[in-house]
Ligand binder design. Structure first.
Ligand code: GLN
Length: 210
């Protein structure tokens, strides 16, 4: 463990990106571009070390299977119950949902939302849209790839963004954030910066890490 210089008065939180499958490397790079410290999470020790976690896009069936195979599913649920901030993008948002259509095994089921997988069908495999997102001043150029939508948001869930047709594509419930699109695939770092702030606001860095 390294000690920081006396001028380093604002210790940076350690963020993790679940690195079992999917585009975790892009999230690590995006977090680092925001000035955060970021590590890949594949083990229980890594899961316990981080103060915030991103679950990346990829394939939710595979991520769900690997979470169980790596013995991380229950520990992750436990950490979320204890207040770990988690942001799920695309397949990661599917993993966070309490209910999912067409998922062949249980999700983490932490957020009071229902998600429909592959909601745009085969004809529209991927598309891009400029979204108004609550908390951001300017529209966000969002990339959707075989994306889900949130078809139900519980009473405690704040809807952050909708497509022009009204479908929900970003939502927050306390320390949990879900986006149907992939902010790690564009150069705009505002969503990552927003999540880093969420982590900093919720998790004081332990004294021994300062
Ligand atoms: N369609 C994928 C799934 O259901 C998600 C796609 C993505 O993460 N880009 O898991």
């Amino acid at each position: 463990m390294t000690s920081s210089s006396p001028s380093d008065t604002a210790p940076r939180a350690l963020l993790g990106v679940l690195a079992l499958q999917g585009d975790f490397a892009e999230h690590i790079a995006a977090l680092e571009a925001c000035g955060a410290r970021a590590v890949e999470v594949r083990t229980l020790a890594q899961l316990h070390a981080v103060e915030g976690l991103i679950i990346p896009g990829g394939e939710s069936t595979t991520i769900a299977r690997l979470l169980i195979a790596f013995d991380l599913m229950e520990p992750l649920r436990q950490r979320i119950r204890e207040g770990l901030p988690v942001w799920g993008t695309c397949a990661g948002a599917i993993m966070l949902a309490s209910e999912v259509t067409n998922l062949d095994r249980p999700p983490i089921a932490a957020m009071d939302i229902t998600v429909e997988r592959n909601a745009f069908g085969r004809q529209i495999d991927s598309f891009e849209a400029d979204l108004e997102i609550r908390g951001l001043d300017e529209p966000f150029h969002a990339v959707f790839i075989r994306a889900p939508v949130i078809i139900r948001a519980g009473a405690g869930v704040e809807v952050l963004s909708r497509l022009p047709d009204g479908r929900i594509v970003a939502a927050r419930e306390g320390r949990l954030l879900a986006t149907a699109f992939h902010p790690e695939l564009t150069a705009d770092r505002r969503m990552h910066a927003l999540f880093v702030r969420m982590v900093q606001e919720s998790a004081p860095v332990p004294a021994e890490r300062r």
